[in-house]
Design a protein. Sequence first.
Length: 123
Amino acid sequence: MATATLKNDITFALDVSDRQASADWYVTHLGFSVRFDADEMGWTELATHTDGVTLGLGDNDKPQPGNAIPVFGVVDIERERAALENAGVRFDGPTTTYDGMVKIATFYDPDNNALMLAQDLSE
């Protein structure tokens, strides 16, 4: 059975209606700091106080509570995706690339919970 080779980091992605207001809330109330902001992607990342754990905020006109998606960092998304697909893991469409930033792919566990793989292209 395939085992993905994950990096020592994880991002919890949340859909939010106003990224700036949400980022400000997390900075003010939890002491997080903005580490990355990309309007063209509709995405902001906040550094938490836990090593290897990032909070990602994504634009959504109608966010639903309880929508956190764990995003697992990988070194080679094509290799990891192929191994998981060969083991029967279901993915949601093709891998998406944001040049110079990130490659992402959404997949599902047996209970249909969404998870993501992400390869950092800025490294």
